[in-house]
Design a protein around this ligand. Structure first.
Ligand SMILES: CC(C)(COP(=O)(O)OP(=O)(O)OC[C@H]1O[C@@H](n2cnc3c(N)ncnc32)[C@H](O)[C@@H]1OP(=O)(O)O)[C@@H](O)C(=O)NCCC(=O)NCCS
Length: 129
C-alpha cells in the first residue's frame, strides 16, 4: 500500500507535518513498521481509527470495527492487532476492550510513550485480558 499510494502518502504526511510538526517522529517510525513488525503468521494491523467528535459514542466506531472483522479471512490472518496510549484517560482502551480486543502486552516507545498492545482473534483465546 505504501508504494501504491506513495505520492498521496507523502502529500498528506506533509500536510499533517505542517499542522503538527511534533508528529514527525511518529510518521518516521510508522515507515519502518512493515519491516520491524514482520511475523511468521499473517495478521492485520489497525494503525488508526477516528470518528468526528460530534458523532462519537453513537456506535459508529464499533460498526467500523465490526465491518473490518467481517472482511477479514481469519483462516489467513490469525489476529487483528493495534497499539494505543496506555494513559488512564485514553477512552480508546475501553473502546477496544468493548469490541473484543484483549491486552497482549505493554511497551514504551523510544520517545517514552507508554503503549498498550491489543489483539483480537476470531476465537478470542487471548493470553492476557
Ligand atoms: C475511539 C473512537 C474511534 C470510538 O468511536 P465511537 O464511535 O465513539 O465508539 P462507539 O460509540 O462505537 O463506542 C463507544 C465506546 O467506546 C468507549 N469510549 C470511546 N470514547 C469515549 C468517551 N469519550 N467517553 C466515554 N467512553 C468512550 C466506551 O467504552 C464506549 O462504550 P459505552 O458507550 O458503552 O461506555 C472515537 O472515540 C475517536 O475517534 N476517538 C479519537 C481518536 C482515537 O482515540 N482513536 C483511537 C486511537 S488508536
Amino acid at each position: 500500500m505504501l508504494w501504491r499510494y506513495f505520492f498521496q502518502f507523502v502529500w498528506y504526511s506533509f500536510l499533517s507535518f505542517l499542522k503538527q510538526p511534533s508528529i514527525f517522529f511518529k510518521m518516521f517510525s510508522a515507515l519502518s513498521m512493515p519491516y520491524s513488525h514482520k511475523r511468521e503468521v499473517g495478521y492485520v494491523k489497525i494503525f488508526s481509527i477516528g470518528v468526528e467528535p460530534e458523532y462519537r459514542i453513537h456506535g459508529i466506531g464499533s460498526r467500523l470495527i465490526e465491518e473490518m472483522k467481517s472482511r477479514i479471512d481469519f483462516d489467513t490472518y490469525e489476529y487483528i492487532t493495534l497499539e494505543t496510549d496506555a494513559l488512564e484517560d485514553n477512552k480508546a482502551n475501553d473502546f477496544y476492550k468493548k469490541n473484543g480486543f484483549r491486552l497482549s502486552s505493554e511497551f514504551y516507545t523510544f520517545e517514552g510513550r507508554h503503549m498498550n498492545k491489543y489483539h483480537y482473534r476470531r476465537r478470542n483465546e487471548n493470553p492476557v485480558s
